[in-house]
Ligand binder design. Sequence first.
Ligand SMILES: Cc1cc2nc3c(=O)[nH]c(=O)nc-3n(C[C@H](O)[C@H](O)[C@H](O)COP(=O)(O)OP(=O)(O)OC[C@H]3O[C@@H](n4cnc5c(N)ncnc54)[C@H](O)[C@@H]3O)c2cc1C
Ligand code: SF4
Ligand code: SF4
Ligand code: SF4
Length: 389
Amino acid sequence: MQIANLDMCSGCGACVAVCPKNAIDFKEDRFGQKFPKIDQNKCIDCHLCEKTCPINHEFFIPKLELTKCYALQGRNKGHVEGCSSGGVATIIARHIIEQGGYVFGCKFDENMDLNYVECSTLDELELIKGSKYVQSNLTQCYVQIKKRLVQGKKVLVIGLPCQIAGVKGYLKKDYENLFLIDLICHGTPPVRYLKEHVERLGYAKIENIKFREKKGFILTLFDNKKSKIFSVRSACDEYYSGFLNGIIYRENCYKCPYANPYRVSDITLGDFWGLDKETLVKKYEGAISVGLVHTEKGAAIFEEICDQIVYEERKIEEALEENGQLREPMKPDEHDRRVFLQYYPVLGFDRAFRKTKLYKKKVLVSKCKNCIVKTRVGKNLKELWRKIK
Ligand SMILES: Cc1cc2nc3c(=O)[nH]c(=O)nc-3n(C[C@H](O)[C@H](O)[C@H](O)COP(=O)(O)OP(=O)(O)OC[C@H]3O[C@@H](n4cnc5c(N)ncnc54)[C@H](O)[C@@H]3O)c2cc1C
Ligand code: SF4
Ligand code: SF4
Ligand code: SF4
């Protein structure tokens, strides 16, 4: 029995969670990608996994004419501190918790796996803040999501579109008390790449990893005392460059069925790339997000939190123009993708990535520039350049 066409499998884990016989487990292939595998000795051919898998279904997706597009940002600096973009995911999550509800988001565990957790307090929300640019695991939370819904509690799930589709497939019906936020997504690398890279950097045990800072796309590692132990700009880092340039994703991401304006959630959030800031009416400080409100439920929750955000309506075309993943899946540089996959099973993450053109022509050059800037001569030149400018 076959759950679905596994070429399209996102690893959302809904089939694993739904199986009444615990007959499905994830197995890693030689590229570190996890796929569900059925233990035929346990399987009773009930086909529940097949009926659950979002690849096999078309969900009710709102008409685009109903979608409203906003530029938006959280007002309270304390609340959005540590968020990746405008912090609106966190503002909505706080609102749900304050009403006695539950929020499902992801955080790194002690093995550097990115797992979903249930949050019922504002303190717990702090742990899930921020974008982590690696595949997260929702499998162990489906049952809990349904349990809270049946209890009549408000539930918010924040995730990538394929995960939100997994939640819909698992639940098979809408609940009035369920709120879904999806993030605009260009793809996720298997977590094994990040683990191998961090180990290669010389850190066996770390407590947390952040991918964004006020200054931009920076990879930062923290120890168990929450101190920064390593920090590098994306352009100088193998993992981060591979991620941003779309070389190292799970294979299905390159044909992602969710990379378009017809979304599976109540509200879509992302960075407002291409926003014409000159024409903004309100005053914003720092990162501005795009928010696409698709459903009545989305509009209702937006209404409830609107005094906590700075926002204004924009034309959806403005968001579609520059945010490629609202139009189509990411296209990798085919040469680099091929080279990476060819070498990865033999050489591991860093050494395989160093075979790519991207590494040789850009990352290596950025690393060298960075080294020069760090020397005394480099610092003096930088200071001189600053004065001339
Ligand atoms: C893998 C990935 C790719 C993305 N690609 C794009 C893109 O191409 N274009 C774009 O405009 N925006 C992209 N984003 C979204 C963007 O980075 C912000 O997450 C979004 O703008 C919300 O910002 P915020 O400040 O409101 O979120 P915050 O308040 O910081 O909250 C972030 C929320 O995202 C959840 N989250 C973080 N990492 C993951 C993950 N790996 N899997 C599932 N949930 C996660 C957290 O649990 C938390 O609830 C991407 C995000 C991720 C995680
Ligand atoms: S058919 Fe039923 S028992 Fe078999 S793997 Fe799928 S869900 Fe499990
Ligand atoms: S339910 Fe999710 S993990 Fe299972 S086969 Fe479908 S896409 Fe893959
Ligand atoms: S690109 Fe698509 S399939 Fe890949 S992680 Fe993002 S939403 Fe999921």
